[in-house]
Design a protein around this ligand. Structure first.
Ligand SMILES: [Zn+2]
Length: 471
């Protein structure tokens, strides 16, 4: 237990700060210059104020909490400081950058009465006029969302670390800031009730780019908050692609490139991974929530969909796939780095799934059984036309095709036809048995495809009887 001192003082200086502080509000504005950090480590950190002293203040080893006249209980004050200390300890252990000035000064946390005071957010982070990062949080969370304060503080603390780097916050990188703040929070609180709290908005808008950032906290606009839920992609990299020290590698660079996707690509390249392929495997893993706490994420996605009228049919969105069924998904064609998941009916007769999509899209057949989930990517080809034969084994629980638009600018159209196996003669007599399903999640298995046993993926050739378009 770290010592927490509470002191009450009359504010001797008025709070002259802007009414709104925080990342979203400063979009388009340059980040203020950071204070010069010196290398001295102070045994006792000093108190300084970002927005002035307030009536009530408390300090712990590394933080100073200021809550004015809000009726916070001693427990609530302790909870906030303990959350901050726990998160800081974890981030330090991960080797993340030191928050500017925090070797000398306590890190300021200001508590505001309502979300309206900080643009509708639970918390916001910014740099004060002297160049020191600080955060503001909504004290009302204790009443309106019990447990959410403990989630919000690590999230904002990660922003203070990000603010202490050279990285810019703008529409191009806002999703990286927010999504990785959620991944960082999950590292601190893996059992948190609010684990990837915004997974719902992300899950119902998969066709948007992974990198989408459209800040808007309105309840009926999932696209406006999906960027928080996008942190599940980084969780996939950690869990299913075995990328070590990911947050450290993303945020500790001396100079963080202005293109987040270039930055991620170069980090993955060091591990022999291709960014696009990881996105394709990530999308396929989302078909049946194949990731730690997947059951909870599924529950969250379905609950969010049920509560959001435009998305209430998510639970029945899996399409029927009788033989002869032809899909051409035009309503929500995936944009670049977006995806669709199409549910397939589990049956008894052999099936052939005919896929015709643009080059630069990737389709993966996903099969869920009692014990595992297997992934079978359709081989990319010049024409994008492929088929997969599938013979049911009888123990399948569910099947889906995950389609990702990896490189087509705009939205990628594709079509999938369900036929009886053998109804389309292969162009080549040589089955491609070289496919190895990459990845391998917490309960998935890697599978080299034998010639005729489960799945045969054969290049069809140039012409299929149905159209593919690139929009
Ligand atoms: Zn944030």
């Amino acid at each position: 237990m770290r010592l927490i001192l509470i002191f009450t003082l009359l504010a001797f200086q008025s709070n002259t700060a802007d009414a709104t502080c925080g990342l979203p509000h400063y979009l388009g504005q340059p980040k203020p210059a950071l204070a010069k950090s010196n290398k001295v480590t102070f045994l006792t950190k000093q108190l300084r104020f970002s927005l002035g002293m307030t009536e009530n203040n408390a300090v712990s080893e590394n933080f100073a909490l200021h809550w004015g006249t809000l009726p916070l209980s001693e427990d609530e004050v302790s909870t906030m400081l303990a959350s901050a200390e726990e998160a800081l300890e974890k981030f330090e252990a991960m080797g993340l950058p030191t928050i500017t000035g925090s070797n000398e000064y306590l890190i300021n946390i200001y508590v505001v009465p309502t979300a309206e005071d900080i643009g509708g957010a639970a918390g916001v982070a910014w740099v004060d006029s002297e160049g020191y990062p600080f955060m503001r949080v909504n004290g009302n969370l204790f009443d309106t969302s019990p447990g959410y304060m403990e989630h919000t503080i690590p999230h904002e603390l990660m922003h203070l670390i990000q603010l202490s780097t050279n990285a810019d916050f703008n529409f191009g990188s806002g999703w990286l800031w927010e999504s990785t703040a959620e991944t960082a929070t999950a590292a601190v609180l893996p059992e948190d009730d609010f684990y990837f709290a915004f997974y719902g908005p992300f899950a119902v808008t998969p066709e948007y780019p992974l990198t989408s950032y459209r800040f808007d906290l309105a309840d009926d606009n999932p696209a406006g908050s999906r960027h928080y839920g996008a942190g599940i992609y980084f969780q996939h990299l950690i869990e299913n692609e075995n990328v070590d020290e990911l947050l450290f590698r993303l945020w500790s660079a001396e100079t963080i490139p202005s293109s987040p996707t270039d930055h991620i690509s170069s980090i993955l390249d060091e591990d022999g991974l291709m960014f696009d392929k990881t996105v394709a495997r990530f999308a396929a893993h989302q078909a049946f929530y194949d990731i730690t706490n997947g059951d909870e994420l599924q529950r969250r996605a379905l609950a969010y969909a049920a509560a959001t009228p435009a998305y209430e049919n998510l639970s029945t969105a899996f399409l029927s796939s009788q033989i002869g069924t032809f899909f051409e998904v035009t309503q929500k064609t995936p944009q670049r780095l977006g995806y669709n998941t199409i549910g397939l009916e589990v049956g008894v007769e052999p099936r052939r799934y005919l896929w015709d999509g643009p080059t630069g899209a990737q389709a993966t057949l996903v099969v869920k059984r009692f014990d595992d989930i297997t992934y079978h990517p359709f081989q990319e080809s010049a024409s994008g036309a492929w088929y997969a034969d599938y013979e049911f084994q009888g123990d399948e629980l569910a099947m889906a095709i995950s389609v990702v638009n990896l490189s087509v600018v705009g939205a990628a159209r594709y079509s999938i036809e369900v036929a009886a196996a053998g109804s389309v003669p292969p162009k080549s007599s040589e089955p491609d048995t070289s496919l190895v399903v990459a990845g391998g999640g917490c309960n998935s298995r890697e599978e080299t495809l034998p010639s005729a046993l489960l799945l045969l993926l054969i290049l069809l050739g140039l012409k299929r009887g149905f159209a593919s378009n690139v929009g």
